[in-house]
Design a protein around this ligand. Sequence first.
Ligand SMILES: NC(=O)c1ccc[n+]([C@@H]2O[C@H](COP(=O)([O-])OP(=O)(O)OC[C@H]3O[C@@H](n4cnc5c(N)ncnc54)[C@H](OP(=O)(O)O)[C@@H]3O)[C@@H](O)[C@H]2O)c1
Length: 377
Amino acid sequence: MTDPKMVTVMEGDMLQPDMGLKRQDLRILRAQINVVIHSASSIALLKSLKRLFGPIIDSTSRLARLALDFDQLECFVFISSAYANAYIPSQTDGLSGIKIQETIYQLQSMEAGKNENEELERELQDVQKTGTSSSYDSHNFPWDYAYAKHLTERLLTHAFAASDKRLLILRPSIIEPAQSFPYRQFCLPMSTPHIIFTAGIALTPSRTACFSSQFKDPYHQSTVDYVPVDVVVDRLLTHLAQGTTGPVHAVAGLARMSFEATWTRTTIHRRIPWAIQPRWTRQSWHSKLIHPLGRLYCTIGASFEFSEEKTLAVWQQLSDSERQGLHLFTDMDTLYHDHEHMRSDHIWTCMEHLTKRQQWARWMSKCLYRSLASFKS
Ligand SMILES: NC(=O)c1ccc[n+]([C@@H]2O[C@H](COP(=O)([O-])OP(=O)(O)OC[C@H]3O[C@@H](n4cnc5c(N)ncnc54)[C@H](OP(=O)(O)O)[C@@H]3O)[C@@H](O)[C@H]2O)c1
């Protein structure tokens, strides 16, 4: 991968004009690039909309404008999030899974006399000037990050509708370590929410952790959608090659895990001598009653049924030889039955990050978990 004949690295910064790229680099891109895959993003779930405006909404819109000017551009790929539409549960009874389609959801009906372009422009200006918008205020998004991705999807859809270039929006759910490529367990620990959650639960001294759920029996009824990173990449490349347009979910779908299964897999790594049990409240996922990890990963306690129709349709079109070696679906044996799917040293890396500013927690983690650092399963 690092062979300069295959990869050319250009330094840049999404927050700067022209992505902070040098003039000669821009000239090369303008003349030669036919596909842009835009994955750079702030992934800070708890950052305010005001602080996410630059790193998600504005930088993506500016990159899209730049890319639309590339002579050879065929397709622009935006990495969004399956949770961009997670505001939907608040509009249902919350007693069953929430079906989310591979489509762009509009947030509100347009004011009389205004066209879609004017509405979007106004929403964008409101977010930039005030750090919120009436669309945002009237929907229950889990994080400002999710709304930032939602608004960005709509802005891109509008921008590309007026051009002859293709827009592909990939929406991963919760990215897990690889099931196979480049090797099993590959991941960046601090970009892998399940590993961060596992480290957090292992360090929590309390005997209970409270989460928000509308289910009667959240322990058995709620689910978590984990998708291995190689499935995300293979879905991206396959849909890119097959000419798919619009949103595509990169998710476990039917292979999503029950809360019960994920809790067992998570707490198995805990070495504090007493157990921790989940507790549930019907209060909003932003309530102060909720455990800090439950406020960070506030979709715990819900159940999303993300459609995978576009990937199932593409799979049907592929020949046996094209299917060989392609990881378009989560391997349930790896996800459910391999208890070493998360590497111990990766959990340790997250513990080091989480305890950076708390001396007592750092001391406790060293006493109980230091051996994880050198332990590679
Ligand atoms: N992790 C998940 O579970 C998950 C789930 C759904 C969607 N996603 C999406 O997947 C994409 C990748 O996320 P990730 O989890 O892999 O996060 P990540 O490891 O933090 O990757 C984000 C990348 O964005 C780059 N970046 C941030 N600010 C930048 C700037 N101003 N200029 C240039 N580059 C910048 C970072 O570069 P540096 O390292 O140099 O700062 C980093 O390489 C994101 O779009 C994220 O929203 C992730």
